[in-house]
Design a protein around this ligand. Sequence first.
Ligand code: MG
Length: 312
Amino acid sequence: MSERVNVVDVTPRDGLQNEKEIVSTRDKLLLIEKLALAGIREIQATSFVHPRWVPQMADAEAVAVGIQRFSGIRFSALVPNLKGYERAIASGIRFLEFVIAVSDTFNHKNLNRSTAESLELLTQVTKLAQQDDVEIRVGFSTAFHCPFEGEISARAVVDLLRATRERSPWRIAICDTNGMAYPDQVTEVLVLAKSELKMPVTELALHFHDTYGRGLANTLAGLEGGVREFDSTTAGLGGCPYCPGASGNLATEDLVAFLDGMGYETGIDMEKLLDAAEFANGFTSRPYQGHLLLAKRAGACGVKQPKESQLA
Ligand code: MG
């Protein structure tokens, strides 16, 4: 039997949060329906952040109501603070993503507090989550590179892993927020985490952006290191608000095609996933950021299909 890899589609949150054109709640739910039909079983649906900071997520409560009609899918929502935690719980979300940046400067810019203060907040949120019987995944942003501090060392990531583990039992997603990681950095973090913290690598997820086209190379390093959970966005939507021009997350369709070809099992139907990618690509005015949709349905990316005679 082939090995299973969990693909977490984060399009409705990470993919859309930087899109200026507001996507309607209806269209977000239509995308989620297409992802569900394609066989995606874990989706990051929204973020309970203040709408002044991220207007695209102002409909978090409405999205949370809309997703209740889907069964068999684990929906998560990002919570940046206690207020976000309370809103998410009141909306019926049972799986939360709590974010901390490895880079202290990025944490200040993004969350208005130090990384140490975020760890204290994690202690509080963990206590609440255990009382409320909800699960958390902790996302480490800027784990390989920070737009302000430059390269982030594996040492810094592992120190934060240790500090997080001391405060909470949750799974941790290591995120390449601006897409500047290299595979050797991914390997180094995984080797250090395993050797120093004796951490089962199955408790780690990886979240790659594809700004410099290194998303799949980094995925391969993660697979070889034993990781079996990866985040991505349909049509490669997304970016980084502090990195102008940065393209998006690793595209879900590129990730799934890669995993399929490498013999891993994802349970995802490629044709239906391409339908979702085609729909998601309509949410942005930017050119298509992935590869597979272009290779399989060039017309969906605004590229003229070659005539039959030119295909020979
Ligand atoms: Mg991201």
